[in-house]
Ligand binder design. Structure first.
Ligand SMILES: [Zn+2]
Length: 312
């Protein structure tokens, strides 16, 4: 377990003004744009609580956080940036609350809003090319003596990856739960990957070169997808003591984001935060609605996110 003390020692010190500048660049990578008339010139109007950007043409005023994942927040940007920094390895809401000195509820909400930005981007980037697939079951570690509720049964999930044709290594990976009502068997077969292929792989057949189903290990040892699966299970156990089915998908997406965005996961996440509309606590708790909104805004933001990923 990572200790609070060692975390605080390793954390960079963020300054509010530098965070504002960084968020400005993430929100407007090509310079300020008025959300109403698309004008490029603004005055900075300093008010008591926060700075407002006023369009020189139509005088529309907008705040720095409007339209970003931080919209409506009362938490200083330095604390958001600390949370962003800590998501480079992943952190529980309990520990985050202690490190950045906010309530557990605020820390939980910040972590899940960051995961939401990750999920919106993920939705707009289907896998393509040479694909590998691996299926397994996630079982949350059971604490001894504690009643195991029915929703804690093993969750079927698929690890799917685009393979770089030159290096043969994973270029981009997704791990997705298979809805239990669509998976009635106790083992993965060749017909168990249909939902994954339909939801998370490009629907342009010309962009799919090959599909290979792999095992956790073969004659040469543990496969790359097998290693990723072991990695995510270990991380969920160490950092959170395991995750229940309701929010499991968000954590799986967070883990894959780090692999896909390496070594720039901080810059990538900041960019996504600047380009992704926020989500409410109600949407996050009512997962169904949140997933639907992810899908729609994912389509709307496709081009922006594609550009965001090309920054590095
Ligand atoms: Zn304007």
């Amino acid at each position: 377990m990572i200790g609070l003390h060692s975390l605080r020692e390793k954390m960079p010190v963020f300054q509010e003004e530098a965070c504002e500048f960084a968020l400005f660049k993430a929100k407007w990578p090509n310079g300020y744009r008025c959300p109403r008339c698309d004008g490029a010139a603004f005055y900075l109007v300093a008010s008591r609580r926060k700075s407002l950007y006023e369009c020189r043409v139509c005088h529309h005023q907008t705040s720095l956080t409007a339209g970003t994942i931080m919209e409506g927040t009362r938490t200083p940007l330095v604390k958001w940036f600390s949370a962003l920094y800590l998501m480079q390895t992943g952190i529980s809401a309990t520990l985050l609350a202690e490190v950045i000195q906010v309530t557990y509820k605020t820390a939980w909400l910040i972590n899940h809003k960051l995961r939401h930005a990750i999920q919106v981007c993920d939705e707009s980037r289907p896998l393509k090319g040479d694909l590998q697939l691996y299926g397994d079951f996630y079982a949350r570690p059971v604490m001894s003596g504690v009643f195991d509720p029915p929703d804690q049964r093993d969750q079927p999930a698929v690890v799917g990856a685009s393979i770089d044709p030159e290096s043969g290594e994973v270029a981009e990976v997704k791990i997705k739960r298979v809805p239990p009502n669509e998976f009635r068997r106790r083992l993965f077969g060749v017909d168990s990957f249909g939902t994954f292929l339909w939801r998370h792989v490009t629907d342009a057949k010309s962009e799919i070169q090959s599909i290979e189903i792999v095992k956790q290990s073969d004659s040469e040892g543990v496969t790359e997808l097998g290693l990723i699966w072991r990695g995510v299970i270990g991380w969920l156990a160490r950092t959170f003591g395991g995750i229940g089915p309701k929010h499991l998908q968000a954590y799986l997406d967070e883990y894959c984001f780090r692999i896909n965005a390496r070594p720039n996961s901080f810059e990538m996440l900041l960019s996504l935060c600047g380009l992704t509309q926020t989500v409410t606590l109600g949407d996050l708790v009512n997962k169904k609605k949140a997933v639907r909104s992810v899908r729609w805004s994912g389509l709307a933001n496709y081009r922006q996110h594609k550009n965001a990923f090309q920054v590095s």
